[in-house]
Design a protein around this ligand. Structure first.
Ligand code: B12
Length: 452
């Protein structure tokens, strides 16, 4: 059976994600799973951020797509075109889980939940031409998982990925993770993770755990100790909360994390505004002194990037400015995204009465405003302009270089190299996005004045 697995482009046309340095984890993982449950399948993996996928020339017997919210319009259009040619399509992933009826209108089958325990049956049904409209995958223990296939994507990526757990103990209002995976976090056996990373042909990874150390600090310490002894010449970064780094064992945790190859932490800072943190249910994971936590991570030789949301209904223009100041005060970089009420989250339910009517899901990409705001200064245009300018301002080359020097000496050189490797491509994408935005504005202004 010829199977094509696709990761659709992000957002309008993928412009923010062109040249994304991370190999799509779900494609490599599903390919690994397919290999185990149905060996001998002819698999093609398509990262549609990197290559154009043309449904007209596709000759697969089955196409499977993973769908995040901003990818949904492209996924649905492409699925419709493939099905019109008689090629069956299966859709899965977080957006399908959140809105199954919407997705089912564009697919032969939808997969809700996880694939591991149901993939054998689905592929058998597909081979027999008897796909069911819906499959529900239960959350099973994360043992004996397949190794991702890292040899099938045609493009080169700086980073591969691995995961050691699924789920997060926090329940932030904007996050899909606890809605999708539940609040019971499952963990993989440490020896299996270590064997997978050690034997991977890749050297740099994103640990895509939802919370790399916040689930259970004892287990994280054991994992990092084991990795530091058995995995050599491999480096990785990942997302973690700040409260864990205020635990009495935090210094031991950070020291072992660095020895295990950790070079950077993306921390869920979310907002500098306490009212907004409360609105987002994101207060508990910050701990009592999050600035000290950030300093500790860096002193351990691990770079820190702040993940921040801005533009919520409790934010004001001052909150955009505050992120710029925070980056300067802490000599740190941030990844600011527009607060986005993803379907299936508590925030979506709360913001429902205020959503901008008629927007398609590709605008739910962290770059656009998706709801109305009561403050007249926070118009849709003003918020979108503010985030573009903010991102354009915080990634100049001198700033990037200056931040690199703030990573503790213990992390030399990989902490410093990673600091560059995560900041520079982001800055380049943000600058390009701002230029593109300016070009559009200039074009609109020119056509308006020619009409006058
Ligand atoms: C890796 C990742 C990314 C990577 C993707 C890399 C790449 N090249 O593709 C990058 C960095 C690009 C990324 C970006 C974004 N991401 Co992201 N990301 C993740 C993360 C951490 C892991 C996803 C993953 O690959 N897991 C590993 C695979 C193996 O697991 P899985 O996806 O769950 O798949 C399993 C099942 O779901 C199922 N399955 C999934 N798809 C399919 C398809 C088929 C056919 C089948 C059968 C089964 C199936 O089977 C798998 C095995 O059981 C998740 C968090 C999470 N836990 O999901 C967030 C997450 C998916 N991201 C999220 C978001 C919001 C974003 C952004 C929109 C953030 C932003 N505002 O900028 C951007 C999008 C970019 C843009 N500009 O528009 C949200 C999704 C919300 C939503 N409703 O879509 C998540 C859930 C995080 C969160 N806290 O809420 N992300």
């Amino acid at each position: 059976m010829k199977i094509t697995l696709i990761s659709p482009p992000f957002g309008e046309n993928g412009s923010m994600s062109k040249g994304l340095p991370i190999a799509p984890p779900v494609l490599e993982y599903l390919a690994g799973l397919t290999d185990v449950v149905r060996p001998g399948c002819d698999m093609t993996l398509v990262d549609a951020n990197m290559r154009v996928f043309d449904p007209v020339s596709c000759s697969a017997d089955l196409v499977c797509m993973t769908v995040l919210t901003p990818q949904a319009p492209w996924a649905y259009r492409t699925a419709d075109a493939l099905r019109a040619r008689g090629i069956p399509v299966i859709l899965g992933g977080i957006h399908v889980h959140a809105l199954p009826d919407e997705a089912a209108a564009h697919a032969d089958s939808i997969v809700i939940g996880e694939a591991e325990t149901i993939w054998t049956g689905i592929l058998e049904d597909a081979a027999g031409g008897a796909l069911k409209p819906r499959y529900d995958g239960p959350y099973a223990p994360l043992e004996n998982l397949p190794k991702p296939r890292t040899d099938l994507l045609p493009d080169k990526y700086q980073f591969g990925s691995f995961f050691t757990s699924r789920g997060c103990p926090h329940s932030c209002a904007f996050c899909s993770v606890h809605e999708f995976f539940g609040r019971t976090v499952r963990m993989r056996p440490i020896d299996e993770v270590v064997a997978e990373v050690a034997s991977s042909r890749r050297r740099m990874f994103w640990n895509i755990d939802d919370n790399i150390w916040g689930v259970n600090i004892k287990r994280s310490i054991n994992l990092y100790r084991e990795m530091s002894q058995s995995v050599h010449g491999k480096w990785w970064f990942g997302s973690g909360d700040l409260v864990t780094v205020q635990n009495s064992r935090a210094d031991e945790l950070l020291d072992l994390a660095r020895r295990a190859g950790m070079t950077a932490a993306m921390v869920g800072y979310e907002s500098d505004n306490p009212l907004v943190l409360e609105e987002l249910d994101a207060t508990n994971k910050q701990g009592r002194d999050r600035l000290d936590a950030i300093r500790r991570i860096r002193a351990a030789g691990i770079e820190v990037m702040l993940f921040i949301m801005v533009g919520s209904r409790a934010d004001h223009m001052r909150d955009f400015e505050r992120i710029r100041e925070l980056c300067d005060e802490l000599t740190i970089s941030a990844h600011p995204v527009m607060t986005t009420p993803f379907p299936g989250t508590k925030l979506y339910e709360e913001y429902k009465p205020h959503l901008i009517a008629g927007q398609d899901w590709d605008l739910y990409d962290g770059n656009h405003a998706n709801f109305h705001h009561d403050d007249p200064e926070m118009s849709i245009e003003a918020r979108e302009e503010a985030i573009i300018r903010l991102r354009d301002d915080i990634f100049t080359i001198p700033q990037i270089l200056h931040r690199m020097t703030k990573v503790g000496a213990k992390g030399f050189p990989m902490g410093h190299i990673t600091s560059w490797a995560v900041q520079y491509p982001q800055g380049r994408a943000f600058h390009e996005f701002a230029r593109e935005h300016d070009r559009k504005l200039a074009k609109a202004a020119a056509s308006a004045s020619s009409k006058q």
